[in-house]
Design a protein around this ligand. Sequence first.
Ligand code: UDP
Length: 240
Amino acid sequence: MRTDVLGVGFDNLTLEEAVEAGASLVEAEGFHYTVTPNPEFLLAARKNPPFRQALLGADLVLADGIGVIYSAKILGRPLKGKVPGIDFAQRLLAWMANHGKRLFLLGAKPGVAELAAANLKSTYPGLIVCGTHDGYFKEDGPVVEEIRAAAADVVFVCLGAPKQEFWMVEHGPATGAHLMIGLGGSLDVFAGVVERAPQAFQKLGLEWLHRLIKEPKRIGRMAKLPLVLWYALGARMGRN
Ligand code: UDP
């Protein structure tokens, strides 16, 4: 049973449980995908039913960000905690390195995925990065073929939302991969192009504030985020 937060069902898992579930999906037959919705996703999904469907259809739905946790709490359906996509990815990488699983990195500007691959291989000795491709391609077919030829077990799909979710749904099964994960700007972080918030910010649930300080032009986009709490409050009041 998933926990509904404003129309999107979340798996109520700790980070460790999520990684265990992710590893099982990599080992299982067939294609699976994971999404990591943050409050921006929830607002977008309200206006974009196909995007909402893509989120609902995922095999694993992780609460990326404190805004989802607060909304769930306001709704009276608290989740165990946030599971940031990038933390999930890092733990899964450690598991993959120990189990000989093959990783393909898809997304970001040309050159970034290669840089990310080099960094990840040095952080996780034994990790097999079987291919990379930037996120600004015109035709999907050749990219699908590249992933298939690389015999990837796992693909990090970092094209930004909702593009990455639609791409996983539409093209994932043809790639032969077992697990795709939509990870937004994570390749930029792995490549060292974008800096992640310091631990103190992460612990306090203030990653959004760090991001705003680093990229003030996001203010327009971020100003809308408290709306999720407002909607959650409205939904709670309406119900009681
Ligand atoms: N991106 C891409 N192809 C596109 C659009 C975006 O590869 O057509 C990449 C972009 O370079 C960045 C990531 O997708 O690395 C999205 O980053 P953003 O910070 O917007 O995503 P978020 O983490 O906020 O979902």
